[in-house]
Write a protein that binds this ligand. Structure first.
Ligand SMILES: [Zn+2]
Length: 129
């Protein structure tokens, strides 16, 4: 099998990067890696992974990905906390996409918490304060 580039553009192959988190072979050790793997899950359409890494308190009941959206690049802009020994952290990012030939992007400061040794996405900081 030809190695594919990880959609999070870390420069690693998908298998060695976010793919191992998506398959459950490993758990993202930092909030940034969870953020990257969630972006990659959007890119490859892995809804199950998005649900598993979403805090049950904030995870939407309906989670449908728009197949017309093509995720093209992720820029991680700022990381606070979120290390292997932290219980919480924030990651600021801009995710670029294309929809019907139009370029767009989504900017968010996301809040993550670590529960039971696993990082979970809570939501945008403004909505969860
Ligand atoms: Zn990756």
């Amino acid at each position: 099998m030809t190695p594919t580039r990880c959609p999070c553009l870390s420069g690693e192959t998908y298998d060695d990067c976010c793919g191992r988190f998506h398959t459950g072979r490993a758990h993202a050790p930092t909030a940034e890696q969870l953020m990257r793997s969630r972006y990659a899950a959007f890119a490859v359409g892995d809804v199950g992974y998005l649900r598993r890494t979403w805090h049950p308190r904030t995870c939407p009941a309906d989670l449908d990905l728009d197949p017309a959206v093509r995720w093209t690049r992720l820029d991680v802009l700022d990381v606070r906390g979120g290390g292997p020994f932290d219980a919480a952290g924030t990651v600021e990012f801009r995710a670029h996409h294309r929809l019907d030939g139009e370029r767009g992007s989504q900017h968010e400061v996301s809040r993550f918490v670590r529960e039971g040794g696993r990082w979970l996405y809570v939501g945008p900081v403004d909505e969860t304060r």
